[in-house]
Design a protein around this ligand. Structure first.
Ligand code: URA
Length: 249
């Protein structure tokens, strides 16, 4: 009978997948001689580990792979999405009270953006759904610094030239005009750095307020700012589901 393919991971990834810490932290443990594989001291983070067979220890204690967790956080403005900030600003990790495993963010939100942030230790799922080919829709509520014309909204819809290439078509809805500002809802399937802010800047406007109100099937409903909840099994299945090619039902 054919043997199953071994599931290989680098040692730093293996430790971070186990929910013990970030890959950066894992590399420092490995470098400082705290990690053994099958009883042998390994000090190179790129060492390959067979998930099914190899026995890994940290400070002599066996490392077990963590249970998968999927958390949806309502990120407040003023929190960064990296694990540690050299400037000491608050991080989203300080809001995950009661979560013992290390969860990575699925995409990022800027310091000044609030709204939905998905976090998980399922790195395969995170990689899959952040790939633009997965076409996971993210909807943002935007307060623009100016009033925007219908032509400008069409430009956002059709794709806008940014320094890293044109944006893919977006769904754009004018919510209302109030005083000197247009409020709009924009849905994109990419997740480039500061994408919505740069799209507005390309129109000679600016984002004054940005809230991510939807990720695929997930909305802010039921969450207050700073709060998190687990995804339901049905939501996990929906998020992972590959989008159907256009024109099929
Ligand atoms: N687009 C942005 O400009 N910022 C975010 O945080 C998310 C999307």
């Amino acid at each position: 009978m054919k043997q199953p393919e071994p599931q290989l991971k680098t040692l730093d990834r293996y430790l971070s997948k186990a929910g013990l810490g970030s890959r950066t932290e894992a590399r420092s443990w490995i470098g400082s001689g705290r990690v053994k594989v099958n009883g042998r001291l390994i000090q190179t983070p790129d060492h390959w580990v067979d998930m099914a067979r190899d026995k890994v220890t940290l400070d002599g204690k066996p490392v077990a792979q963590a249970e998968r967790r999927y958390v949806l956080l309502y990120k407040p403005k003023g929190y960064i999405t990296t694990y540690k900030d050299p400037e000491g600003r608050p991080t989203v990790y300080q809001l995950l009270k009661g979560v013992d495993q290390f969860l990575g963010t699925v995409g990022r939100l800027d310091l000044d953006t609030s709204g939905l942030l998905l976090m998980t230790n399922d790195t395969a799922m995170a990689e899959e759904v952040t790939n633009p080919a997965h076409k996971l829709e993210k909807t943002y509520l935007v307060k623009a610094a100016t009033l925007l014309t219908d032509e400008q909204l069409d430009q956002l819809r059709n794709g806008i030239e940014l320094s890293d290439g044109p944006t893919l078509p977006a769904q754009v809805k004018r919510v209302r005009d109030a005083g000197k500002h247009t409020f709009l809802e924009i849905t994109i399937t990419e997740g480039r750095n500061r994408q919505v802010r740069r799209m507005l800047e390309a129109l000679d406007s600016k984002v004054l307020k940005l809230v991510r109100v939807r990720i695929g099937p997930l909305t802010l409903e039921g969450l207050t700012i700073g709060q998190w909840r687990e995804l339901t099994p049905a939501e996990i299945t929906q998020i992972k589901k590959k989008p159907k090619p256009k024109g099929t039902s």
